[in-house]
Design a protein around this ligand. Structure first.
Ligand SMILES: Nc1ncnc2c1ncn2[C@@H]1O[C@H](COP(=O)(O)OP(=O)(O)OP(=O)(O)O)[C@@H](O)[C@H]1O
Ligand SMILES: [Mg+2]
Length: 357
């Protein structure tokens, strides 16, 4: 019986005494777009390479439809791959590059021709079939790499920072292409990036890596709205952290004291705190309001600066305790006039989080 399509079971990778990946376990359903997100050196590529077969794990297993891949050599794993650096064959035309994996598999000419045409249409490069990679832009080269990786219908596509060499606009354009291709082909994609916006844009789920372990895995919404730790809260989206002291918790709602002495009740938390324990309160920039709501907590702040970005406004404020706040009030908020003190801003404690300090 199939437990899951792709199963990464307690994969561990050591280099000498250094543990690069600590017993990572993930079950990937067929057709999922799963992204490995995390800081540099957190083990994303190493985990991907264990799946690709470039590096054997020190222990653990990788199963595809319940069969271990470990004894299968990399080139027989039937896994498509796209990497950060363009890896096209410079002496072959675009069409020949895309045809290459099919030629290796000795597919008949007619099939190769049809498949190359389909793939070039998929990545919208029909008119570039006869060019050589040297005469293509970076983004076009990555689209050829994508077409080549998908040409033999691999059930799994691995992508390691495929867009990191491109400028922002091109990156966003190809992100949209990758989403469309995922939708149209149903291929299971494991994608590596350290760009949280890219991860949020593309993924069904995100595995957030930290020092060789998965800190949290879930949808973008899970990680953003229900971060399991301060690390997750700080990595996904923007956050403000305020020093706090925990007083008591009842039914998942904590009462805390902030640095200015004010008491805030009803803060969401999933962790156990002692009375008097030092903690950090996280409030998202957009969770602040300039006018009080029914259950608002309030902070005395000093206005520092404001900038207008068209679709939003960014206001910098400072608490009485000297903590700078990134405040991005939504449409209820026009004003802040010039610098002044004695202002108050408001937030709903139920959308703030408490973490151990
Ligand atoms: N062949 C190797 N020998 C020794 N250490 C290695 C080797 N490959 C990776 N490492 C180490 O393992 C850790 C994880 O590396 P990995 O390449 O998986 O990180 P990453 O999350 O992909 O980072 P980046 O975002 O910078 O690509 C790093 O500390 C790295 O230095
Ligand atoms: Mg890497």
């Amino acid at each position: 019986m199939t437990r899951s399509f792709l199963s990464i079971r307690a994969v561990r990778k050591t280099f000498g005494a250094f543990v690069a990946v600590h017993d990572v376990t993930i079950d990937v359903p067929k057709g999922e777009f799963l992204t490995f997100l995390g800081p540099s050196g957190s083990g994303k590529s190493t985990t991907l390479y264990a799946i690709a077969g470039f590096q054997d794990p020190s222990s653990g297993d990788v199963l595809l439809e319940d069969r271990s891949l470990l004894s299968v050599p990399s080139h027989k794993r039937n896994i498509g791959m796209v990497f950060q650096r363009y890896t096209l064959f410079p002496h072959l035309s675009v069409a020949e590059n895309v045809a290459f994996p099919l030629r290796v598999r000795r597919r008949p000419d007619a099939e190769v021709k049809r498949k190359v045409a389909d793939m070039l249409a998929l990545v919208r490069l029909e008119n570039f079939a006869d060019r050589h990679p040297g005469a293509l832009s970076g983004g076009q080269q990555q689209r050829v790499a994508l077409a080549r990786a998908l040409a033999y219908d691999p059930p799994i596509l691995l992508m390691d920072e495929p867009l990191s060499a491109l400028d922002k606009k091109l990156r966003q354009e190809i992100q949209a292409e990758i989403r469309r291709i995922h939708r149209e082909t149903g291929v299971t994609i494991l994608y590596v990036t350290h760009d949280q916006e890219e991860a949020l844009h593309l993924s069904d789920r995100i595995a957030l890596f930290r020092e060789g372990r998965i800190e949290q895995i879930g949808t973008g919404e899970d990680l953003y709205l229900r971060p399991a730790s301060e690390f997750v809260a700080g990595f996904i989206g923007n956050s403000n952290f305020l020093a706090a002291e925990h007083l008591e918790t009842a039914g998942g709602a904590a009462t805390i004291r902030l640095a200015d002495g004010s008491i805030v009740k009803g803060v969401k938390t999933t962790q156990a705190f002692d009375r008097g324990q030092k903690a950090r309160l996280m409030v998202r920039p957009e969770a602040f309001r300039l006018t009080p709501g029914p259950a608002s907590a309030e902070l005395a702040v000093e206005f520092i600066d404001a900038a207008f970005f068209g679709d939003r406004r960014r206001v910098v404020m400072r608490t009485a305790g000297g903590e700078e706040l990134d405040v991005r009030p939504t449409s209820d908020a026009a004003e802040p006039h010039g610098p002044d003190s004695g202002r108050r801003i408001f937030f709903d404690p139920a959308v703030a989080f408490l973490f151990p300090a």
